[in-house]
Design a protein around this ligand. Structure first.
Ligand SMILES: [Mg+2]
Length: 168
């Protein structure tokens, strides 16, 4: 039972694979994105054109979107500038609070909202505690600090044998 909390409901190679069509298949009307290593590397301050197009595409399809990040306000606001999404910074994931705020802001029911992130012990846990589905993506930067390597080691049993969608 506890295992389920740490187990992503689905896996995508990158956010771009989470297309409007894929979301429609899943009956998802709102998406809560993690930022760091999910939609952009840590040191990339602003979204690329590819990223902007991706968000515009989802928006045109009627998908509601928000950011929930454990990072500082300045990082989140700078990244969100020009995108204008609803956001929660310093979210303290695995706390479900930030995600719950987004669900309320969207005005959707939890089963219509999907969380997307790169980490099990923060993103996945926060999503499941908030009662929504979680899609894991491969971290954008594979080379990480020792701390992250240890974390990834402990994540391994939960990401085992996931069916990864998208290009490997
Ligand atoms: Mg992250």
């Amino acid at each position: 039972m506890l295992f389920k909390f740490f187990r992503p409901d689905m896996a995508f190679c990158d956010v771009y694979t989470i297309s409007p069509e894929a979301l429609s298949e899943l009956s998802v009307k709102g998406v809560v994105f993690d930022i760091d290593n999910t939609v952009a590397p840590y040191e990339v301050e602003r979204p690329t054109d590819e990223m902007k197009n991706y968000f515009a595409n989802l928006r045109d399809a009627g998908i509601k979107m928000a950011f929930v990040s454990n990072n500082q306000g300045a990082r989140v606001t700078a990244f969100n500038e020009g995108l204008g999404l609803f956001y929660v910074c310093k979210a303290g994931k695995p706390s479900p609070k930030g995600i719950r705020k987004c669900i309320a802001h969207f005005g959707l029911s939890p089963d219509e909202v999907l969380a997307v992130g790169d980490q099990i012990f923060t993103d996945c846990l926060a999503a499941h505690r908030a009662g929504i589905r979680f899609a894991i993506v491969k971290p954008i930067q594979p080379v990480e600090s020792k701390f992250f390597k240890i974390k990834r080691f402990f994540e391994r049993p939960f990401v085992k044998k996931l069916d990864w969608r998208g290009k490997q």
